[in-house]
Design a protein around this ligand. Structure first.
Ligand code: PBG
Length: 311
């Protein structure tokens, strides 16, 4: 009866699996602060993508870790760079059976770890960065990505990417805008996952935790610029933002249950302090209840296997 009257459900198709591929690996590499999550090789990534199709997941979000980094993130534009190659490999594996999403951001590719290129004072240069994002987006669409995820919080990035995609003939490639992305302490484990070189923080381009109205302004800008999906990130500490955005957005809303949210539950569960499965279910159900149409979660595959148990 509880199932029959449930107000919120989780479906496999609502879930997106974030996945990391690292150039030069011969074996998948465990990420210590994210137990159960790997840096993939080409083969293991292809297997994970095939499994995602089997499980009926909605999508996969790819992040690449290059062997060589430089000040402007050149490897991001190389058609044979780690991420572009991974997109091609995954597309060859799954075709159109899974939405292939890819990260349009420079932080994995720069030797200073910022999401953009720096000016002479070491400040992230918004407009030069956006020019590079537009080229990255075309390279990723050329490689076969269905949906691009600009995660760098530069102003004007959605319009620049949309214009560049259309000019290159990629009119059917869509954009999931990381619209309300907060400068969060909970990204910690992700920085290990991508071997981040970042010193300092991203507060000049990501949002301050206390700002609620600003999130709606960011979403409105991204909608006006052509976003197909808008995202709130992180999820758990920002459920009010998610509810606000869901109430006003004419396009689907995504939420990203980030690395620190994953790590906290895994760590507490490993200590026997919480019931792991129940806590995972509750956390994702809460994100859906708050208004997310789709959820990026590192538990996507495992969770999809449990869904018949949802009450
Ligand atoms: C930036 C990016 C980050 C995450 C996704 N894209 C890190 C950051 O902004 O510092 C974090 C995801 C997570 O923590 O799980 N390209």
């Amino acid at each position: 009866m509880r199932r029959l009257t449930a107000e919120t459900r989780i479906g496999a198709a609502d879930l997106i699996l974030p996945a990391f591929i690292r150039e030069g690996l011969t074996e998948p590499n465990p990420i210590v602060s994210m137990p159960g999550v790997l840096q993939h090789t080409t083969d293991s990534l292809r297997r994970a993508a095939a499994e995602a199709v089997e499980l009926g997941l909605g999508g996969i979000m790819l992040f690449g870790i290059p062997e060589v980094r430089d000040a402007v993130g050149s490897a991001s534009l190389d058609p044979d760079g780690v991420l572009n190659k991974a997109i091609r490999d995954v597309r060859a594996e799954v075709g159109d059976d899974l939405v292939i999403m890819s990260d349009v951001c420079l932080d994995e590719f720069t030797d200073h770890g910022h999401c953009g290129v720096l000016d002479a004072e070491g400040y992230v240069d918004n407009d030069r960065t956006v020019e590079i994002y537009a080229k990255m987006a075309v390279a990723q669409a050329d490689a076969g990505a269905h949906m691009l995820g600009p995660s760098g919080m530069m102003d004007g990035q959605i319009a620049a990417i949309r214009t560049a995609l259309d000019a290159a003939g990629h009119t059917n490639t869509s954009v999931v805008a990381y619209s309300a992305k907060y400068a969060s302490a909970f990204y910690g484990p992700f920085r290990e996952a991508v071997d981040s070189q970042l010193k300092g923080d991203r507060r000049t381009y990501q949002m301050d935790a206390g700002n609620r109205t600003e999130a709606l302004r960011e979403v409105e800008l991204d909608l006006a610029e052509g976003a197909d999906v808008v995202m709130v990130k992180p999820a758990m500490s920002y459920l009010d933002i998610l509810a606000d955005v869901a109430a006003m957005s004419p396009v689907p809303v995504a939420a990203y249950q980030i690395s620190g949210e994953y790590a906290m539950i895994e760590a507490a569960a490993a200590n026997g302090w919480i019931d792991r499965k129940a806590a995972i279910m509750e956390s994702v159900l809460g994100i859906r209840r708050a208004g997310a149409d789709m959820v990026l979660t590192y538990w996507a595959a495992e969770l999809a296997g449990w869904l018949k148990d949802v009450r």
